[in-house]
Design a protein around this ligand. Structure first.
Ligand SMILES: [Zn+2]
Length: 345
């Protein structure tokens, strides 16, 4: 089985974006009372949005299941206030739930959190609980920078985030550390802000004892871990200079990297540097980099191809990367899969 742990609903029917535009327009008028309302999307429209995109690519590339969440760029937690984010996140998560119900063998849900700059992440607990308990979601996307490129929240190791971590541990769900759109003109969204976010989160984890407080808390750092694997020696050396424990001891039971790296030498390096126990297969399709690489003739984000091409990683290690580690990092994955099996029989 091949599980892609990182996919977003980038092809959602237009009503979702139209609703968001109306919501944002409503923020201009102070007399306006925000209401959640409804989207008016039919099941057929959801099917049509996926059949020629994610489902087609799953079939062509030979992946079985995608761990699926709302469009990351669309989260844009910096817009409006807590209520704005709550209504928007609820709609996005409900749409993912509908996808998972229509294609229970192809998608399993991960939720967007209703974060808002300066608001305690405690406000995300009810939506996380709803998505996990009612919808069967198995994780969440956590934005370390709801300000969108200005980094105003405390580091992820700060007690500011603890109420959310307590709930994640209780529910046994990990978080993918995933920034959203950049409002800072110096940082291109997917080319700079995303990779900055990944790298920043990892360095934050080195500096504090978060995993002593939460030994079972788990994070996935996407996009191949940002700059981290390439600079592994720097991070090991910094930890040593700072009198921190070795990285293996400090965070390798808690921090995992995905394979959203879009060229062969990058995947080679990731697999050489990071232990197979800490790597999860992912492509982030249909995502930020959609083109065909003229050097290979294949899509940049067809990441399975790069892993398949490596002959110096054992079959057992590749199995961990393709599915074994998912079951460890997302304990609810197996439970959700069992529920589908029961529903089918
Ligand atoms: Zn993503």
């Amino acid at each position: 089985m091949i599980i892609d742990c990182h996919g977003h609903y980038t092809t959602a029917p237009k009503q979702l974006e139209e609703w968001r535009k109306r919501q944002i327009a409503g923020l201009e008028d102070a007399r306006n009372t925000p209401v959640k309302g409804s989207l008016g999307i039919s099941d057929d429209e959801i099917r049509a949005s996926l059949e020629g995109a994610q489902l087609k690519l799953q079939r062509e590339r030979g992946t079985d299941i995608t761990i699926f969440s709302p469009r990351a760029m669309g989260m844009s937690h910096h817009i409006g206030n807590e209520t704005t984010s709550r209504h928007w996140s609820e709609h996005c998560n409900e749409t993912i739930h509908r996808v998972c119900m229509l294609y229970p063998e192809k998608f399993v849900g991960v939720c967007q959190l209703p974060q808002s700059p300066g608001v305690s992440p405690k406000n995300c607990v009810p939506e996380l609980e709803r998505c996990v308990k009612e919808f069967g979601f198995i994780g969440c996307n956590l934005n370390p920078d709801p300000s969108g490129g200005y980094w105003k929240e405390p580091p992820l190791t700060d007690k500011w985030w603890y109420p959310l971590y307590e709930k994640m541990v209780e529910l046994e769900v990990p978080a993918m550390v995933h920034v959203s759109a950049s409002c800072n003109p110096s940082f291109h969204g997917t080319g700079a802000h995303y990779i900055n976010g990944d790298t920043t989160a990892f360095m934050q984890f080195i500096t504090a004892d978060l995993f002593r407080d939460f030994p079972t808390l788990k994070f996935i750092i996407p996009h191949g871990g940002g700059a981290v694997p390439y600079h592994w020696g720097r991070y090991r050396g910094l930890a040593q200079d700072m009198k921190r424990p070795p990285l293996k001891e400090l965070l390798m039971n808690n921090v995992f990297f995905d394979t959203c790296v879009y060229h062969q030498p990058g995947i080679d390096l990731l697999l050489k540097v990071i232990p197979a126990d800490n790597i999860l297969f992912a492509s982030e399709m249909v995502g930020a980099v959609k083109g065909v690489d003229p050097e290979t003739g294949f899509n940049y984000d067809d990441t399975k191809r790069y892993i398949d091409a490596i002959d110096w990683v054992s079959k057992a290690d590749k199995e961990k990367i393709f599915h074994g580690n998912v079951k460890k990092v997302y304990p609810r994955f197996a439970r959700t899969a069992k529920r589908w099996d029961r529903a089918r029989t």
